[in-house]
Design a protein around this ligand. Structure first.
Ligand code: UDP
Length: 249
């Protein structure tokens, strides 16, 4: 599936429907895959951290979770840019929605205590999702062994198709890189704050905000401590414009 390069990070440009088709393919091919959900913060982080950039670039799918990426893709590539924003939480919801008819099972890892369980309850109720287990666990490598032990125990002899990992930008992708090969799961997806939304702990921006590309502003108003992190949005805009000017004929 075609990707474009945004400041050294390869991003898929397809629509959500096309992405979902690809997800179905990789879930069926009996190999290990992972999916990343970059936003501008990821791209800024990847400028300094080449290992992180490499992890992002080896993903089967890298969907544009932030509207900033859609904007940058269109500025740099015109019509070849991203067709639409594909938020990680929307992709996760869609995978869970179509999971029962595909006979997929899932595991939820990460977020604060109780949040993954609540998220699982909501998804079971809404879609009849087969959740093999949940675990908040530890994002850093010192917790890997214990996390894997618990995940394996909970999955047992069953076949687990997806693990959604909610440890935030950087940490979740590193976790997937260190652990995916060692757990009985086919596809790992880094989903950031998705469990917080799907559990009902944090309210998602109203549709109007999302349609206007202002979800980041809504999140900032609900969680003002994010302002420091959202400075990377300004840095991202600067880097993209700089790139555009440099590439001008
Ligand atoms: N999180 C976690 N352990 C950590 C860091 C983060 O479980 O060491 C969880 C956090 O509780 C949240 C999720 O990771 O549910 C995503 O965090 P954040 O909101 O920062 O991610 P974003 O959506 O902004 O990428």
């Amino acid at each position: 599936m075609a990707k474009i390069d945004i400041l050294g990070v390869k991003i898929n440009t397809q629509s959500k429907e096309e992405i979902l088709e690809k997800v179905s393919k990789i879930a069926a091919d009996n190999q290990k895959h992972y999916i990343v959900t970059p936003n501008p913060e990821f791209i800024v982080l990847a400028q300094k951290n080449k290992e992180f950039a490499a992890i992002l670039n080896k993903a089967a799918l890298a969907i544009p979770d932030g509207i900033g990426l859609v904007w940058a893709s269109r500025l740099l590539y015109g019509k070849r840019g991203c067709k639409e924003r594909v938020a990680g939480v929307d992709l996760m919801t869609d995978i869970c929605r179509i999971a029962p008819k595909n006979d997929w099972s899932v595991f939820l890892l990460g977020a604060k205590d109780g949040i993954a369980q609540k998220c699982a309850l909501n998804l079971k109720e809404k879609y009849g999702l087969n959740v093999l287990g949940t675990h908040s666990g530890w994002a850093d490598s010192s917790g890997d062994k214990e996390n894997r032990k618990i995940i394996k125990e909970k999955i047992g002899q069953k076949s687990c198709h997806f693990i959604f990992v909610a440890y935030g930008a950087g940490k979740q992708e590193q976790w997937i890189r260190r652990n995916l090969e060692k757990i009985p799961v086919r596809v790992a997806v880094g989903v950031g704050g998705s469990f917080d939304f799907l559990s009902g702990r944090v309210k998602r921006a109203p549709r109007l905000f999302r349609d206007l590309g202002l979800e980041w502003l809504w999140r900032l108003s609900k969680e003002p401590w994010r302002w420091k992190r959202q400075i990377s949005l300004l840095k991202f805009v600067f880097l993209v414009i700089n790139k555009k000017l440099k590439n001008r004929p």
